[in-house]
Design a protein around this ligand. Structure first.
Ligand code: FAD
Length: 438
């Protein structure tokens, strides 16, 4: 029997849509081109290195739809939340950013005052910036159009406060430089993650390879869902302005509704009849570096790294295996693999003295040139909604109009929003999307 819904793409967006529709009882067929699920948030086996993530992915407690999706998958216990965000300076000095006794939005006051990498003048600057966010949020209308850097300069933020605080947090959260990032995203990160609640900043790090978040027994409990790998959809079948199914591996497969959950660069070609315009979108890259040492090199579980190219490290296997992340890493794309390794190792030794005595036993470099879309000022109005001009053809994906930047939460939201539209089209509307925490 034909499926009610075909979902194209097994990234977080497609999986979230499938999980919501599957649990609601619809017959769903998910078609994923690759041999594994997860899309850009995935893991795979490499010779000599075992299973690695394409890059460490993290979430915050305010990612409520992603957490809801993990709940549906039965894997919330595979994500560990930390209450401390260590900021590490070259030389190894660590400042711990964590909540204290005061209620939100003052919960960081004690640790903020103790942060040794910011001068008192910078702290006053940042505090003024927070007050401006609290005041302007919801009032100011040009935040989609101006860059975060323009906004920070308008607020008189010092170059060192911008570099060591605002940039440090935002470039990795949004994966774009401050002058290429719409201010609305900076507002959202600081409002939802830092100001609205005292727990929302807690950082969730999966304790398993990313792929193990999607292969749980949850799918077995949904016999109405079929997950099919190595199924690259060639195009959506359209007649009389309505999607009727897809062509995959030369074969036609029918469905009442088709959901595209592929990245923007793939979406337009799947159904040219839908006239999806992605010309305003560009990519931003992330480089992940994996180091295996012969001994533990740190006792910290993770930390954000100031003043150099590396932005984050995540420690596994008792401090022997480190995943390093460079966001907005365009300059790194051109570097040969060995140069990336040498540069990263030299920088890492500045932060973690233990690295100098340790022997690097293995290294992997993963350059993701198309990691996210660039959250440019002015892009917001070009992000499409879930409905298209074709009947029964629905869009999902982190690039659609979710209210969030290109993240797993944005992808999960898009999946739930698309699933809601699907249930309307099938005549039994249901709600899946959870509202933001504030
Ligand atoms: C290196 C890196 C680090 C990141 N770090 C973080 C982080 O720490 N936190 C965070 O929240 N986000 C992070 N992100 C962003 C996050 O991974 C993405 O925003 C999110 O996973 C996008 O999900 P998606 O489902 O919209 O798209 P995708 O993950 O791209 O999924 C689309 C799927 O569609 C499949 N597909 C494409 N074409 C076809 C076709 N024709 N037929 C069938 N299938 C097809 C693809 O194979 C893919 O599996 C990171 C991304 C990268 C690359």
């Amino acid at each position: 029997m034909a499926a009610d819904v075909i979902v194209i793409g097994g990234g977080v967006a497609g999986l979230a849509a499938t999980a919501a529709l599957g649990r609601a009882g619809w017959r769903v067929e998910l078609l994923e081109a690759r041999p594994h699920l997860g899309g850009r948030a995935t893991s795979y086996a490499l010779p000599n290195s075992g299973v690695i993530d394409n890059c460490q992915h993290i979430l915050l407690r305010c990612c409520v739809n992603l957490l809801d999706f993990y709940e549906r998958m039965g894997v919330t216990d595979r994500v560990e939340f930390g209450k401390d965000i260590p900021f590490v300076e070259p030389g190894g000095r660590v400042s711990h950013f964590q909540r204290g006794a005061l209620p939100a939005p003052l919960h960081f006051t004690e640790s903020f005052l103790r942060m040794s990498f910011l001068s008192w003048a910078d702290k006053v600057c940042v505090a003024r910036g927070f007050l401006a966010i609290l005041w302007e949020r919801g009032r100011r209308e040009d935040l989609e159009e101006i860059s975060m850097l323009d906004w920070l300069r308008e607020k008189g933020q010092s170059p060192s406060a911008i570099e060591r605080f605002w940039r440090q947090v935002l470039v990795s959260a949004i994966n774009e430089e401050l002058d290429r990032m719409a201010a609305i995203h900076g507002f959202q990160v600081f409002w939802l993650g830092f100001l609205a609640s005292s727990t929302s900043y807690e950082m969730g790090v999966p304790t398993v390879p990313l792929g193990e978040l999607y292969t749980s027994g949850a799918w077995d409990k949904m016999p109405n869902v079929s997950i099919r790998l190595r199924q690259p959809v060639e195009r959506v079948l359209v007649s009389d302005g309505v999607a009727r199914g897809v062509v995959v591996n030369g074969e036609e497969r029918a469905a009442k509704v088709v959901v595209s959950a592929v990245p923007f660069e793939k979406a337009a070609a799947l159904a040219p009849e839908a006239g999806i315009d992605v010309s305003a979108f560009t990519h931003s890259s992330i480089t992940g570096i994996h180091f295996w040492f012969d001994r533990p090199v740190t006792a910290l579980p993770y930390g954000t790294l100031l003043d150099r190219n590396l932005q984050w490290f995540f420690s596994k296997d008792g401090g022997r295996y480190l995943q390093l992340v460079v966001s907005a890493s365009k300059p790194w794309l051109k570097l040969p693999r060995q140069e990336v390794i040498d540069l990263a190792l030299a920088e890492l030794a500045e932060y973690l003295p233990g690295v100098r005595a340790a022997r690097l036993e293995n290294a992997q470099v993963v350059k993701e040139a198309r990691a996210t879309y660039s959250a440019l000022p002015g892009l917001g109005k070009h992000r499409p909604g879930n409905r298209t001009k074709l009947g029964n053809f629905v869009l999902a994906g982190d690039w659609t109009r979710t209210g969030w930047p290109s993240t797993m939460e944005g992808a999960a939201r898009s999946g739930y929003m698309a699933a809601e539209v699907v249930t309307e089209m099938l005549g039994k509307p249901e709600r899946f999307l959870l509202p933001d925490i504030a």
